[in-house]
Design a protein around this ligand. Sequence first.
Ligand code: TXE
Length: 491
Amino acid sequence: MTARYENLIDGHDCPPAQGAYLDSENPWTTQVWAQIPRSTPEDIDRAVAAASAAFRNAAWAGISATKRAALMRRLGDLVEANAKELALAEVRDNGKTYTEMLRQMLNTAEWYRYYGGLCDKIEGRVIPVEAPGHFNYTLREPLGVIAMIIPWNSPVRLLAWKLAPALAAGNTCVIKPSEHASTSTLTFARLVREAGFPDGVVNVVCGLGAEIGPALTDHPDIAKVAFTGGVGSGTAVYVAAAKRMRPATLELGGKSPNIVFADADLDAAVQGVAGGIFASGGQSCVAGSRLLVADAIHDAFVARLADVARRIRMGDPMDAATHVGPVANRPQFEHIMKMISMARDEGATIACGGESVTGAQGGLFVQPTICTGVTADMRIAQEEVFGPVLSVLRFSTEEEAVALANSTRFGLGAGIWTTDVGRAHRMAARVRSGSVWVNTYRMTSQTSPFGGFDLSGVGREGGQAMIDAYLQTKSVWVNTTGVMAPAFPSL
Ligand code: TXE
């Protein structure tokens, strides 16, 4: 049976103004399992109006920081209690394994708890000023209505990276999930109501990026845009924010290198590199899609990696024995296959994989693929695939490794595999990347900042400082003398 979902506006389930819906296809069964609203700018207007009213309403604006913290903790508890339902919605929407999605949901709960802990630690300062008889202090105030635009690969988790600090700071929001994966966000939004947040604080409007995205990012009552997605859409969002002189945080993916030196613990490196690119079918922003490997170990390392790649089990994402589910949606599948064919045309060798596979129920898979003989000037070494495709480049010196690592316009993550502690720190300092992992990969935490250099984005998510990105500072001056000096003494 097809489930029908509605937008959440001002605490109510709201059918889209034009009454149109989009089909949500389960990528494993290829069957339509849900319908989501195909909203129009009218729906965006309603949601922004609700969020603006909620921002001013005493039920939210006047709530104490201690009470806001309690709401956040309650939301974290509800995410944990409903983790299975949320994970199931994501599996149906994007085909990632249930095991992975469940783990993500449990971690997502921690984001709300962590930022809940910061609510009552938002403090201004008393500032010594060289102005006798004047008292100066700062107030830290929320920004207003935040537009949050979310992709399909891990919607509830990537939303938390924005929503948790934004709510902790006292903002309200309008969320636009991806048209490819909206149901988990709507399921999550019900929990926001259940936790006791006032109506209108969190609103969700579903629909196509091209049809409602600009109506949201260009809305005059939006105070900030927080976005995760591709570079193309991210650029459009950033331009829209700039035209209204508004801040934006953007997380835009990458072409992250795993750099394996000859002195590395090769057992560990094989695991890290294979997991870095093939977990989630490569559909993750930090996918380690470039392997930079020392000449001396190139052939042996690639052979070991290919052996792991060939043994990865693709299948039903609900089956605990499955390592990787289907590609999340047809446009993404077509994009991955086009990139593999482009790699072949550019002269790369497909050392393993390279073909598509149709699953038992019709879902589309791409074999874990390793392209060797790749050079830095090839498009396969420069452009994000967002699929299970690894480009292998070789180096002979540390200098060359640094140059190759920094040879793309992205800079999201980098793995460094070496047992030489000096080299590990030298490399960490020289690689242009928002996160550097030494002898590990993919580590993130609500307590630590995450984000990208260059085309990988603007701003950071996670960590204490992130709450500042959802606050603004007001400087208050008070004349304590009771006397105002004449403006024009001679008059
Ligand atoms: O992302 P989009 P798509 C990369 C990956 C993938 C490519 C395209 O390489 O192949 O992006 O994926 C909304 N104004 N990543 O098409 O278009 C859209 O509706 C406002 C990297 O799914 O960037 C969705 O909600 N919003 C990545 C969101 O933007 C607009 C995760 C992301 O969609 C808009 C996913 C507009 N003009 C894909 N156009 C990561 N960094 O993790 C679209 N949207």
